[in-house]
Design a protein around this ligand. Sequence first.
Ligand SMILES: [Zn+2]
Length: 446
Amino acid sequence: MVRKDDQNCRNLRFRIHPTPEQEKKLNETLECCRLIWNHLLSLQVDLYERFGLSVKRSELEKLLKNLDYPIHSSVRLDVFQRLCFAYDKFFDDLEKGRLKNTKPKKGMFVKRKNVPCGNNSSGFIKYDGILPKAHPKFKSKEDFSSFRYKQHGNGWRLDGNWLHLSKITSKSNLIKIDIDNLPNGELKTCTLKKEGKQWFAYLTVELPDNPVPSTPENAVGIDLGLKSFITTSDDDFVEPPKFLRKAENRLAKEQRKLSRMKFRSNNYNKQKQKVNRIHRKVAAARNHFSHCLSKLLVNKYDLIVFEELKIKNLIKNNRLAKSISDVGWNKLVQHVTYKAAEKGKIVDKVNPDNTSQVCSHCGTKKKEKLRLENRTFYCSNCGLEMDRDLNASVNVLTKSSYYDPSMHTVGLAGMNGCGDGTSTTGLDISSQVPSMNQQMLNLVKG
Ligand SMILES: [Zn+2]
């Protein structure tokens, strides 16, 4: 999902209930968008293959206007812009050397004969080669699931619990949308997305300016760790709930199965659907967990300090546990950031270098790196002995330029929340909010 980097923009997901007739039109629009994508892409690829040339964007845009598809112009334009965006990213990656030493994977290549676009009538579908890794791909029905109206009032409109979509709904026949607590703000884009058999609308809302942050009184540093999901400088640690882990393991297992199957065979397609279904459920559960935890943190603290996540390092480490946590951390930091902004609280990100090697008490730096299995930090200078993650989280906090030793640091203990986190202070959050957990469990089991 392309999302504005703007903190003031919120992307919200709502279920919609199209009638069979409306659903047919949604599917048709989706298919049109996919054909446009493949058509434009095939032009580019073919011209490059044959003559080493690339099509000018302005030419492509002109051509786009002449394509005769029964969809709204802003939806059509959005497909074009998505393709441009994909190309820009590809060239950028090439230029910065990010594609070096990466082995191609199954599914990264689409042979031209599998491209469902244009048949041979356009004369462009003769290419049978392999596209380089990260090149924009030809899309099959399975990998094209959304389209977007770019501007509220131009092609789409929200009217209470009813959605008006140009070329899909008529005046007397709007689509029902389940809207609950839409924040006050200006509506921007509307993305229609098919997830399995259900349809969702993702609405972007630009919120009014956030309150100016006040002087923080309570502060916390957070270490993102492997053993615990997070460790706070108040000596609390929070684990992701066990059933989330289980669901994630199951996802990994089914994904491994998928990787052994013949690409795009019947069994492959079936397994792919299964994997997608688990994906959606895990994502929903993860989201829920992250929302709860971020709410806890933002309610309790005025200043929250994280380590800057280094994407490069994250990619280097292929271990599953790590990659799962990465997704979760990114999400948590995102959620905390926007929730804090809304409440006028401060989130700071500091350089993670040396946070695990420096003594949080006297500042002496250890010469050798602490090994991963080494859980305790011991300082030979001042004799400090402390859990290594806790030591790191204190360092994270004191590294922040907002930090001032007069600030309170209070524990997470005693806070109400959800998730079955555990804490060294003996707090069992899950026992406090069992219904929340049940909700999450249902999400995973479905
Ligand atoms: Zn020390």
